[in-house]
Each structure stands twice: as C-alpha cells, then as structure tokens.
Write a new protein. Structure first.
Length: 94
C-alpha cells in the first residue's frame, strides 16, 4: 500500500474537521510498517508533512488546510475529493 493512498483514505473518513499531521503519520506508519520491511517513523512523518503541504498549496487539489492549524481535510467542493470519497466508500461496502 502506498503512503498516498493511505493518506487519502484517512482523510476521507476524517470528515470535515480533518486530522492532524501527527495523527495521519502515525496511522500511515502503523499501516505500512511490517516485520520484514520496517520503515522509520521520522521518514513517514516527513513524507506525510511534505505531501500534505504540497497538495494543499494547489487550489485544484483534493486536500486543504482546515480551520485549526496543523489540520488537513478533503476539499468539500473539489471533483477529485468527490471521486476519492466514492472510491473508498465503495471499498468499505465490499
């Protein structure tokens, strides 16, 4: 599973309030860290921080800053975020 997919999945289920970068990084780390393929938490945290900052700077992206500092959420009126919600909701129903 890629880090990007896991970040988007978390943001879909986070709702309009969003999630902190630290919370997202911890969940991505737990989902991707295995006994045979260990990853560093600092590496995952840096990746998540850079990914969210890069994606939220573009006005057409699915990710935006929430009202609270350090929180990110899906952009409500973005076509990309609507597609992500549909994709992940269908995966949960199956």
């Amino acid at each position: 599973m890629s880090y990007d997919t896991e970040i988007y999945r978390l943001l879909v289920f986070a709702g309009p309030r969003g999630l902190r970068v630290k919370t997202i990084a911890r969940a991505v780390f737990n989902a991707s860290n295995t006994f045979f393929d260990p990853v560093s938490y600092d590496e995952v945290y840096d990746y998540c921080r850079r990914f969210l900052r890069r994606k939220s700077s573009n006005s057409h992206s699915a990710v935006e800053h929430a009202e609270v500092r350090g929180y990110y959420r899906l952009r409500r009126h973005s076509e990309a975020s609507r597609q992500l919600v549909l994709k992940f909701k269908e995966d949960v129903e199956d």
